[in-house]
Design a protein around this ligand. Structure first.
Ligand code: CDP
Ligand code: CDP
Length: 200
């Protein structure tokens, strides 16, 4: 069976955690598209050229999960040529036999507008900053909150593929949800939607 599940939302909302669980549950492939931008942002040189020649090795580099890599990613992600260079890889991945789960910012709006299921995972900035701070152990909570706010604003205000829910996305606010509750709610939406599209 072939299907695409698009999971978008702001930093540290729980997209990756939910996507991994869903992909495992369905036996589908998972792509964290933020890694592409993080890998481009952390390499020195012309970001457009780097995006065009990105390799699996670049995605396996250490240090891509840091706060600094997220910041570098959001800076190169405003460049339309960088974004364009990464489209084909993501669309090919989305068409994998056995199903694909992609998480990012523009999967439901730009990369896979035909996705069978679209989720927009969000949470309050304070909750997301607390999660990211606890996860990375970097800096102070206040510094991480400030960086989350700056990155949200840059991602939402850019002209090309800004962060916003697709019109047909289901919004999942995880502010007051445990990881288990968030995964269960996402699974319920996906089961309902995939059931609906597979009926004649
Ligand atoms: O992929 P994204 O940046 O949206 O978030 P994530 O990496 O899945 O989650 C960020 C952190 O929040 C991780 O340490 C998760 O374990 C944690 N988390 C949480 O505490 N509660 C949730 N409902 C979801 C994620
Ligand atoms: O895990 P977290 O949500 O903090 O970040 P990420 O998903 O790894 O994305 C890092 C940055 O890459 C984002 O702040 C965006 O600027 C950019 N990005 C994007 O523009 N489009 C995507 N599909 C994925 C990430």
């Amino acid at each position: 069976m072939q299907f695409t599940i698009a999971i978008d939302g702001p930093a540290a909302a729980g997209k990756g955690t939910i996507s991994r669980a869903i992909a495992q549950h369905l036996g589908a492939a998972h792509l964290d598209t933020g890694l592409l931008y993080r890998a481009v942002g952390m390499k020195t040189g012309d970001p457009v050229e780097i995006a065009r020649t990105l390799s699996a090795q670049d995605l396996a580099r250490e240090g891509l999960r840091t706060v600094a890599a997220g910041e570098a990613a959001s800076r190169v992600a405003v460049n339309p040529q960088v974004r364009a260079a990464l489209v084909a890889f993501q669309r090919d991945f989305a068409r994998r036999e056995g199903g694909a789960v992609l998480d990012g910012r523009d999967i439901g709006t730009v990369i896979c507008p035909q996705a069978e299921v679209k989720l927009f995972v969000t949470a309050s900035p304070e909750t997301r900053a607390m999660r990211r701070w606890q996860e990375t152990g970097e800096g102070s909570y206040d510094e991480v909150l400030e960086q989350v706010r700056i990155r949200d604003a840059r991602d939402m205000e850019r002209a090309d593929a800004p962060l916003r829910p697709a019109e047909d996305a289901v919004v999942l606010d995880t502010t007051d949800l445990s990881i288990e509750q968030a995964i269960a709610q996402a699974q319920a939406v996906i089961a309902e939607r995939l059931g609906r599209v597979s009926r004649p």
